[in-house]
Design a protein around this ligand. Sequence first.
Ligand code: PHB
Length: 388
Amino acid sequence: MTRRLTLITLALSALAFGAGSAQAQSDTVKIGVILPMTGQSASTGKQIDAAIKLWVAQNGSKAGGKKVEVILKDDAGVADTTRRLAQELVVNDKVVALAGFGLTPLALATAPIATQSKTPLVVMAAATSMITEASPYIVRTSFTLPQAAVSIAEWAAKNKVKKVVTLVADYGPGNDAEKYFADRFVLNGGTVAEKLRTPLRSPDFAPVLQKVRDAAPDALFVFLPSGQGAQFMKQFGERGLAKAGIKLIATGDVTDDDQLNDMGDVALGVVNSHHYSAAHPSPANKKYVEAFEAANKFRPNFMSVGGYDGMRVIYNALNTTKGAGGDALLAAMKGQIFESPRGPVLIDAQTRDIVQDIYIRKVERVNGQLYNIEFDVQKGVKDPGKLK
Ligand code: PHB
């Protein structure tokens, strides 16, 4: 009897030991964050990294009963590097989720890795409509260019703008912005006189601004990725387009909170559309901006909320799955509804894309600082790119 008990005890403790060591391994879940911390898009990396750290500082480094470890990697905005880093994070670090992705080509390069390894991939920044269709494991917490472009096209058509020239960065999100702006503007009776594009890397705005001047439209519509707005705005001012009576309208990427305050008077009065303003007048956003500025000494921009809400989506999902990854974690990300600093948000369970309010804003000086001040809103906007 005693011997039998001893044997059972031994067997059980062996089991317990085995389980214990497995437990020890899985006590921690890792999140692999890949961002451009250097290079042309470094401000996107800086903003999202700061937002992730704020989320962890406010919500603790535990989710679903596990310790959460965030591993940050710098891809410098180079797609081959993003893909290699993602591979290493999945194979060596066994991350439960990949996150970040500062530019469209970086997200697209990594999509096959998410699919093959069944690892949920949270796009916190990139904004070309079709990214979520590149893998069933992609979830987006940023925005899409069609969401922003359609709203400003409608505003322009209703506000005495008849003839427009468009100017966009020549890659995925720029193509989306150009197409969805033009289609909606023309549908509402406007004319697009010319469609101009600048290269993503090291653009020179002088030649295209000359073309805009020559075309003499009522307004110039612009999309440029976060980080290029200040340089563009400077040249727009220097070349006297505003003085020639050409109104500037844009997506909020151009009047980016990260740079807006340094743009000066040329930015005043620019009407634009986007999902986030640091001046969004909600209690949740006031709290967010105060905490963010206290921690970082700079203003949060629209990229930061993509990072903050991306962490929220991952934490919520880990709480649901008790730390499990793969298909269970993906399923728990779908359909989440929450109040973001930007306003109410839904992660559409069908498309895995974000549904959110899009605001029409005007750049104004408030207490000596430039802000995008919201004056109209379109509620619960689904990505128009998925309504085909
Ligand atoms: C993108 O590459 O998808 C992208 C980057 C910056 C933006 C918007 C879109 O501001």
